[in-house]
Ligand binder design. Structure first.
Ligand SMILES: [Zn+2]
Length: 183
């Protein structure tokens, strides 16, 4: 969120909400397409943020490892669970897993230290690039640039047809060659 003077009239592409009040505006920029905005009439309501995990953009490698350690279930479910890590939506999680070459259904508990390093590095790279671009950029060399193509688009890395399905309750896209199924 950002406070800006009313004189600054230009519309930012990721401003989702503008609140007008007197000579001031409150603009809500939602770069990562998170859950939304609530108005609270009670300071106690701010406690709804208490259940959130650390910000994915700020978490350290050790903090990231601690969040995943002992976690049951798959990687996609873990990355998009806001109570574990705050800030990763569906597109970001798929892009990060594709860049890290990890299947979205891989058991979180099966990650080696080396795979954890690769996943953490991919998360930071994808988040930094996306925040700079103010959205998850549909780059030609990213999964995101191909996931919405009609039919089954080829993986931009290896040319294999991309797979899609529901994983952790969300439409998920992955490359069956680069991200081998667990098993
Ligand atoms: Zn591939």
């Amino acid at each position: 969120a950002q406070l800006a003077g009313a004189a600054e009239g230009e519309q930012h592409p990721v401003v989702r909400v503008r609140c007008l009040g007197g000579t001031r505006q409150l603009r809500y920029r939602d770069q990562r397409k998170l859950k939304g905005l609530w108005f609270a009439d009670d300071p106690e309501a701010a406690r709804m943020l208490d259940g959130q995990g650390p910000d994915a953009l700020a978490v350290s490698r050790d903090g990231f490892g601690a969040v995943l350690t002992g976690r049951r279930g798959g990687l996609k479910a873990a990355l998009t669970d806001q109570s574990l890590l705050a800030g990763l939506g569906n597109l970001l999680a798929d892009e990060i897993l594709w860049q890290a070459r990890l299947h979205p259904s891989r058991a979180t508990s099966s990650l080696t230290d080396e795979e954890g390093d690769v996943l953490y590095g991919a998360m930071r790279d994808v988040l930094r690039t996306s925040v700079r671009a103010a959205h998850v950029p549909p780059r030609d060399d990213w999964l995101t640039g191909h996931r919405d193509a009609p039919g089954r688009a080829p993986c931009p890395r290896c040319g294999t047809r991309l797979s899609s399905g529901r994983i952790a309750g969300r439409t998920t896209v992955w490359c069956p060659h680069c991200q081998p199924a667990p098993g």
